[in-house]
Design a protein around this ligand. Sequence first.
Ligand SMILES: Nc1ncnc2c1ncn2[C@@H]1O[C@H](COP(=O)(O)OP(=O)(O)OP(=O)(O)O)[C@@H](O)[C@H]1O
Length: 299
Amino acid sequence: MAYFSATQLQTLSWTSSINPNVTYRTPKLLFYPKPLRVSFSSSNVETTTLTKDSSTTTLRELCYGHVQEHVIRRAEEVGYVIPTEVQLQALPFLFSGRDCVLHAQTGSGKTLAYLLQVLSVVDSQRSAVQALIVVPTRELGMQVTKVARMLAANPSEHESGLKSCTVMALLDGGMLKRHKSWLKAEPPTIVVATIGSLCQMLEKHILKLDTCQVLVVDEVDFMFNSSKEVSSLKRLLTSYSSSKNRQTIFASASIPQHRRFLYDCMQQKWTRADVVHVHVNSVEPMPSCLHHRFVVILS
Ligand SMILES: Nc1ncnc2c1ncn2[C@@H]1O[C@H](COP(=O)(O)OP(=O)(O)OP(=O)(O)O)[C@@H](O)[C@H]1O
């Protein structure tokens, strides 16, 4: 049995401080902006000189050759022009097909990072579920579905005669009866699901995941901390499709014991052994205190 010590796990961790002496050797990242401080927990670090400034790398440049033009255009139309730090760091790994743990603060842009990867992989002409995004709550599921549908919408669909990518929201409290008929008639390309509704569909064999190429688990720390969801989630990660045949992406704002989590990912075969931990630290730390002010309005 292979044994990995916690120190052998590959962890990429960026901060905004610049250390010109430490970078790393992944060739895909050579266009990277400024020298970034990249810490590996192994001693596998090499020095390279990076030239281009991060402020000049656009989302279009990052996505070029991976994401369809209409998706990039749609993203630009809604204002996604410059990648956030986590998108800048994660997208080259995601596009290369590596399993990733996206670990960055709330609002840092993890959702867009994994949705761009999902949209780069799926083929809307195939009638099969190709990506599954598991979320802890209905509210988050609705938000993710909205962004996915917005990005996937193809305005030239009618002229080209090509089918658009379809996104199903399989969420707790939703109309599962309607979803059953939809799944039977024509499988959607992407499914966004809460674990409860998803398991119902899987157990009844209405939904099959053998064609799933990308599995995303959002708010993974929340899911693993919920006693109600954890066993179903573990089953999902190991039973319905194998980590060899799919790309697995975990996203979370906080993973308190991330080394332990990465170790489990490999040991339990939730991911492949070369899973990448993309850890973007907050550029602006939380303020140490808050000032409260109030105004008295005299009537
Ligand atoms: N490249 C970008 N340019 C401009 N805005 C962006 C970009 N990427 C994401 N956003 C916006 O930033 C906000 C937060 O993004 P998002 O929801 O993807 O963050 P997140 O890291 O997934 O947060 P959470 O941990 O809460 O799920 C959203 O309003 C999104 O539209």
